[in-house]
Design a protein around this ligand. Sequence first.
Ligand code: SF4
Length: 62
Amino acid sequence: MKATVDKELCIGCGVCESVCPEVFQMNDEGLAEAIQGEIDQADMENAEQAQTECPVEAITIE
Ligand code: SF4
């Protein structure tokens, strides 16, 4: 499973990074970016939590 952030939707609230910093980090533009590549199984639950809590549904995990 991989995570992506839609930069057109992200409002830079930082929730995803707070919930799952292993997968989501804020970039220099103040928007979230997901790590490249596969999400570690150990991080999946938090990654999905971040997806759920994103206020603008900018996170896709597939
Ligand atoms: S939770 Fe959503 S809106 Fe907030 S920084 Fe993350 S991707 Fe952007």
